[in-house]
Write a protein that binds this ligand. Sequence first.
Ligand SMILES: Cc1cc2nc3c(=O)[nH]c(=O)nc-3n(C[C@H](O)[C@H](O)[C@H](O)COP(=O)(O)OP(=O)(O)OC[C@H]3O[C@@H](n4cnc5c(N)ncnc54)[C@H](O)[C@@H]3O)c2cc1C
Length: 431
Amino acid sequence: MTERDAYDVVVAGGGPAGAAAALALAAAGRSVLLAHSGGGPAAVGEALPAAARPLLRDLGAESVLRDEGHVPCQANQSVWGSPELASADAIFDPHGHGWHIDRPAFDHALRTVAAERGTDVVQRRVMPSAARRTEDGWTVPVCGTDGGRDVRCRWIVDATGRPAAFAVAAGARRRGFDRLIAVHLTLDAGDPAAEDASTLVEATPDGWWYTALLPRGRRLLVRYTDTDLATACELAAPDAFRARLASAPHTAARVAEHPFPPELRPRRAPAHTAFLDRPCGEGWVAVGDAAAAYDPLSSQGILTALYTGLRAGRAVDAALSGDAAAGDRYAEDVRTVTMAYLRNRLAYYRAETRWADRPFWQRRQGGGADVGPGLGSEAGSDAASEAGSAAGSAAGSGAGAEAGSEAGSHTGADLGADAGADVRPVTSAEA
Ligand SMILES: Cc1cc2nc3c(=O)[nH]c(=O)nc-3n(C[C@H](O)[C@H](O)[C@H](O)COP(=O)(O)OP(=O)(O)OC[C@H]3O[C@@H](n4cnc5c(N)ncnc54)[C@H](O)[C@@H]3O)c2cc1C
């Protein structure tokens, strides 16, 4: 591949959002450079709801789910609102089963499809703070191991994930909504005969736990809590992590057959809700987590990344064709999805009534931002981000979060699917 000096669009970031944007732009005949730094979150596995199927079809990328590494997810279980285990079978989902995906393989496959459609895909870092506005677009430095060079483009898509590096450099403000953090471990394969391939979400007084089977029989175990509700030592120490597992007996039973070496250290990742005050500006647009990052309980992160990538790609194409209102329509799309997400988030956290006196639940059941005055929404966001990056890790984990009904009666609807009625993006295939 010969890299060019000028493109219609540079996409910064090669996660699902960046790849989706590149696919939509390439389908519209635009020249695209997708630069991914390659040093992204060390994703170990995430739940992809079945509703991803129509979105991937719209992107012409259904083939990415054929990888043998992705494990079908036939049921979501939860202990939420009561100590009883409730189950939601994929048989009741009109889209079929979801997946426990191998994230690196999934992301790589999406970028490969984008390259096959004409996108120039390179492993390089875009330098957002050094991007310069020109008369007809941008000059942006793009750096790799072989040095850097300037690339000219008319639009930039910020798909850098939670840092929203380009949008923030362009003056947008990132708003944090809570201080949720994920503390996670990947356990080696246990006894295959004893395995339960359902996802499991279990509420506890200071947060919730998640476990799911990963490709090749490994198991992901995640504790979600607020950064200020656990000491740094407790978050990092294997013994303390294990001791906390006692508060989630169903989860403890699920992982019991897996080897659990005492020296295995949990890692941390920011998992708080955060969004930009504006997802687009003059010549730039933010997609995926850069535009709006959601609580993993929703299991909506990858779906939203694909959806906003698709919509942003189409909006940029329209803007390049002279449609001055395309950016505003995209911003309205993001707002609609985020408002629906926040309504569902409130409903699901309110469905757990056993610990209404505990800060973790009180913060989420009031309906507003969970970070108090003084902390400020951005500080809340930053605090959680720092906690995650300080540990030098980020998790792909998941919450195919079956969280019961608003009344807490466990109707068997999972948040990803249930939110679908309200949150799930409508794709052209469905419309
Ligand atoms: C603990 C946890 C569990 C989760 N579980 C689930 C789940 O079960 N299901 C689900 O759907 N979602 C889940 N999510 C959310 C999901 O991981 C994200 O929503 C999704 O990864 C967002 O995709 P993205 O493309 O926007 O960003 P990312 O996947 O973060 O990709 C951004 C990419 O951009 C690259 N990059 C950054 N800066 C630059 C730069 N300057 N130049 C070039 N490249 C750059 C990074 O290296 C990275 O590869 C979870 C999140 C967390 C934290």
